[in-house]
Design a protein around this ligand. Sequence first.
Ligand code: ARG
Length: 458
Amino acid sequence: MAQLWGGRFTKQTDQMVYDFNASILFDQRLYRQDIEGSMAHVKMLAKQKILTEDERDEILRGLASILADMESGALAVTAEYEDIHSFVEANLIDRIGDVGKKLHTGRSRNDQVALDMRMYVREQVQKTDGLLKELLEVLLGIMEENVATYMPGFTHLQKAQPVTLAHHMGAYFEMFRRDRERMADIYRRMNYCPLGAGALAGTTYPLDRDYTAELLGFAGPTRNSMDSVADRDYLIEYLSALATIMMHLSRFSEEIIIWNSNEYRFVEIDDSYSTGSSIMPQKKNPDIAELVRGKTGRVYGALMGLLVTMKGIPLAYNKDMQEDKEGAFDAIDTVNSCLPLFAGMLATMSFRKDVMEASAKNGFTNATDVADYLVGRGVPFRDAHSISGKLVLACIAADKALDDLTLEEFRKESPVFDEDIYEAISMKTCVEKRLTYGAPGEEMMRRVIAECREYLEK
Ligand code: ARG
């Protein structure tokens, strides 16, 4: 074990304690942010005459060589250091000698880790946003091609009213669009630099926090040094948004699993995105959709874990906060791998339009339209509802669709029916009449699709 502290200790740390306390095995993924943060800190120290320009240049060269060696794999992280901050600093001192010991002037690991984590999350938020955008592209492509692909819309998983595939996909488009808005919102709120907060109370050196914030691409410095080192709200917000993305992906997965079943046969998942069974030769399983649905649990778990970790922590930094990392990293990796997998599965999936349309036809999805037809001819809606219900009952008994009833059969329930009933309850009419904003009628759907296209392009 190699430590950055120890002056006031007379005994070695117990090995078990050391291992328990160490975070290097997981915080090593922050090495780039740690080094970039240190570079900005050193530039600021020199600008403020706390370091000389020569000292700055030497430290910068040392840090750059560490970064290059880590990127190339020439320098591997070893467990003898407690955390990534110690690892980088010790390496720097190894490489450039005593001047390396000046790096940590006016800084604490508390504001350092707060900075590293913020920079990491800030990048990941952008990555998630990009992946969401790619998924939206796939969705919009399907929407554009399917404004006249009729399918049943469901409530209670019972066929309700006919919609189109474009409309159904459009619902997911809205969900993932809101997810992107959450990313933008989180980014805007979190983009303030905690560096310079020190351990908790700022420092006595004349640091220029605006300058480091600017060098690192933040909108400005954080306003309260205690909050700066104790705040993990941004991470909770991100995890919450990730949990919401998984909830959306999980609902979508569930639908795909149902649609892909032998009973529905609405879709066929491409061979490249399905798996077989080791015993049943006929099987082609929707494993990817099931795994995405299953992985939702661990992302929810990360959010819940961090909320519980944070709830009892007094100001300012406490070691509990080291626990922010593993769950968050796992959740971030999970979502950022589920999104492209899901988009790929969707892009390669084929839709059986004939099966979808037939399903919409034989499920009485136009029963409301029969009632609406009667209302159009002066029958009060409550009576019309009852007449249409009786016709459905007769159809069930005769095992046929409403469209298959003869005019005579229609008239048995109400004399108001005429030849035009068939046109009025055809699948096309049922959908195309629905022309309110947000409804599936083709004309409206095309307008909404154009708006979605404009949104993606801007
Ligand atoms: N590994 C620590 C963490 O992740 C870094 C900060 C350590 N600060 C301290 N005072 N021990 O939170």
